[in-house]
Ligand binder design. Structure first.
Ligand code: GLA
Length: 458
């Protein structure tokens, strides 16, 4: 059963981090903040690169988050500052159109995505002025969704500053849509879990309509996040959008082969719905219709009966116009098999049988193999790390998030957690001085945390 979304406001007792942020805010703006808001990062346990294909995913929020201190005013300006001096101050006039530079994804553009989402939702001609200091504890470019947390936090404080009211589901949908201004065609998982997460439970996130259902993780195991220390900024490369485009083309090719009108179909899940087929049947269809060799533009245009111009305008995104070959069989195979693994993961969690932990671990490892071999979104460092995690006592391990760098998530029997951490530290982090220097932020146990909220001081 889908649970009702948790509350958007939480009363808290100020902790050290909040007091430090308050002090920074006061030094910067000469006044106290009016409110605080936070939005968490996430770790995806299973269901990678399938949200934008219309399939459910299974993430949980992590404890690391974006925390913002904010005041509203009539200055006619939005002023942004970050406690990390690496991220420079920025301000923009409320009467200017919000411009987001895709070529140059600076930290504050993510904030502006959230602001723009709220502005458009309500058609606000003149936004309220805001002063804001942001403090982040999610390691950036690590696949733990620091950018979406920033978009979500910005959406939340902009809603508040402009005296509007939205549900968490609406906020998640707005922020998922508005983050696309940065140029990546994300699927909505990150923003959804950032808003809809609840303490103590992972969530099955379903789309259209968006809803989140509790998934109780089995007792007797912990989830450990480890960063391979290769950074991946998905907005600064085209890897991510290339996969979105390949899935879109595969959708149309499968639809056309089965006599459906491909023009309205954009996601692999839509073909399954139209054909009323099971995921197993979809996997068989992929083998029957698509060949494993890469497709050229010409072959796709011919099969779909479209011109080269239509192909570029309707199927490719701005940063994928250069592509000449497309792997469709492998990508579709990954998506349909991963969608099945998510459903199986959820049902194994529900059954809580004697073998649950082993089965869940196997599903995670199968997911990694599919990401590595079929979806090609891993990298040598991640593969090495996943290998080390399995040798160090994990029952399952996989890359998490977009991939091509960033983190792995491992399921480890609780009694082995300590020896696991020591072994991974010794085999992966200590031998390399750069990794060793990052270790304290790069290897930790994570429990399902709560979702984004406005914080009111007690
Ligand atoms: C990024 C995107 C998500 C999702 C994952 C891969 O985090 O923002 O929407 O597609 O990659 O599963």
């Amino acid at each position: 059963m889908a649970s009702s979304p948790p509350k958007l406001r939480t009363v808290i007792t100020a902790n050290e981090r909040l007091l430090n942020l308050k002090r920074t805010f006061e030094e910067k703006y000469g006044e106290a903040p009016l409110l605080y808001a936070y939005a968490p990062g996430r770790v995806n346990l299973i269901g990678e690169h399938i949200d934008y294909c219309g399939y459910s995913v299974l993430p949980m929020a992590i404890e690391q988050n974006i925390l913002a201190a904010v005041s509203h005013n009539n200055s006619g300006t939005i002023s942004l500052s970050n406690t990390n001096p690496q991220y420079k101050d920025f301000s923009v006039s409320c009467s200017e159109d919000i411009f987001i530079d895709r070529e140059n994804p600076k930290w504050y553009y993510y904030f502006l995505c959230g602001v723009k989402g709220i502005q458009e939702k309500f058609g606000i001609a003149q936004l309220a002025g805001m002063s804001c200091v942001v403090d982040g504890t999610i390691p950036p470019s690590s696949g733990l969704s620091s950018s979406s947390a920033l978009v979500c936090c910005a959406g939340l404080v902009t809603m508040e500053a402009n005296q509007k009211s939205l549900s968490k589901v609406e906020l998640a949908e707005i922020c998922a849509k508005s983050e696309r201004y940065i140029g990546t065609e994300g699927g909505g998982m990150d923003q959804s879990i950032s808003f809809l997460a609840e303490n103590g439970t992972a969530k099955l996130i379903e789309f259209q309509p968006l809803r989140a259902t509790d998934v109780r993780l089995p007792d007797g195991a912990v989830f450990v996040i480890s960063n391979c220390c290769r950074e991946m900024n998905k907005a600064a490369s085209s890897h991510y959008n290339i996969r979105v485009v390949e899935c879109r083309i595969a959708t149309k090719m499968l639809a056309k082969a089965r006599g459906l009108d491909p023009s309205g179909l954009l996601k692999l899940a839509q073909v399954q719905t139209e054909l009323k087929a099971s995921l197993e049947e979809m996997l068989a269809l992929v083998d029957e219709v698509l060949h494993p060799e890469a497709y050229s533009r010409e072959e796709i245009c011919k099969a779909l009966g479209i011109s080269a111009e239509q192909f570029s305008a309707e199927l490719l995104s701005a940063n994928t116009q250069h592509l000449t070959s497309f792997k469709l069989h492998q990508r579709a195979k990954h998506v349909y098999s991963e969608a099945a693994r998510v459903l199986r993961f959820k049902s194994v969690c529900e059954s809580a049988g004697a073998d649950s932990i082993r089965t869940l671990g196997d599903l995670m490892s199968e997911s990694h193999a599919s990401c590595r071999d079929l979806y090609e979104c891993s990298c040598p460092e991640l593969d090495q790390l996943v290998d080390i995690c399995l040798k160090s006592g994990a029952v399952g391990s996989r890359l998490t998030g977009a991939g091509w760098g960033g983190c792995a998530v491992s399921m480890v029997p609780s009694e082995k957690a300590e020896s696991f951490l020591l072994a991974v530290r010794e085999s992966y982090f200590l031998p390399d001085p750069r990794r060793a220097a990052m270790e304290n932020q790069s290897l930790f146990v994570s429990k399902p945390g709560g979702g984004a909220a406005i914080l009111l001081e007690e």
